[in-house]
Design a protein around this ligand. Structure first.
Ligand code: 6GU
Length: 237
């Protein structure tokens, strides 16, 4: 069976969206991964298909009902019993490339998308093997864009999705550094020249130039990544 993502959402029509295009879309039509959606509203029991209610204790916004969300989640688990359960929320642990690798290695993921005001805590307590993941320190209106980001990051790591011409080898986060700058023809554009070293044909010098550029850019822009890189690199070179 291919790697599968099962998305629980009030907006299944948002999928596959960007994931139906380019590399990741092609990989889906080639059967390298599959996408399933579950409409949470299908598990509402009243004739108005109510999924949320006012927060206990008062306050703004609405909270997703535990009975409705849990029934949807349990249907997803029936379909994909071995998939890792993930709740997309700005309160979650940050998504990292290492977490992406872990999720891409398993049989697939169940992605629960909620509204920002939240899901009744008791669903999360009941499913204590579910991971809460955030894609960054900013607020989205729902988990769907975050679920899309997570899926794209996972799918591009699946076997056969990226050819070896664009291998993951010299990628920024794999090496712990941001990427070096890229150039193509023409050699001079609006008076701006391609760095001499890249035209030298001297492969060793080119690799050194790129490594130095990656280190410079990482130091300038991401002192956190630079510190981690220095720590990991300590002793070698
Ligand atoms: Cl996973 N969900 C929402 N609603 N907002 C976010 C997020 C997730 N990650 C960052 N902001």
């Amino acid at each position: 069976l291919p790697w599968t993502a099962c998305v629980l959402t009030l907006f299944p029509e948002m999928f596959p969206g960007v994931l139906g295009h380019s590399l990741v879309g092609r990989a889906m039509s080639e059967g390298r991964w599959s996408l399933d959606t579950i409409q949470i509203r299908d598990f509402a029991h009243d004739k108005h298909k109510t999924v949320d209610d006012t927060p206990c204790g008062g306050g703004a916004g609405l909270v997703m009902r535990p009975d409705v969300v849990a029934d949807g989640l349990e249907e997803a688990v029936k379909r994909f019993p071995l998939a890792k359960k993930v709740f997309l929320t700005p309160r979650g642990k940050p998504l990292t490339q290492s977490k992406v690798r872990e999720l891409a290695q398993g049989p697939g993921v169940i992605l629960l998308c909620g509204r920002y005001e939240g899901i009744d805590q008791r669903v999360l307590d009941e499913h204590d093997d579910m991971e809460e993941i955030s894609i960054g320190d900013y607020v989205l209106n729902g988990g769907e864009s975050a679920a899309t980001v997570l899926m794209e990051a996972c799918v591009r790591l699946l076997p056969g999705v990226i050819g070896k011409e664009a291998s993951h080898e010299d990628e920024s986060f794999e090496a712990g550094l941001l990427e070096y700058p890229h150039y193509t023809r023409p050699r001079v554009w609006r008076g701006r020249e391609v760095p001499e070293t890249l035209l030298s044909g001297h492969h060793e010098k080119i690799l050194t130039w790129r490594k130095n550029q990656a280190r410079r850019i990482t130091q300038e822009r991401r002192p956190d990544l630079w510190a981690a890189y220095c720590e990991q690199t300590k002793g070698s070179a």
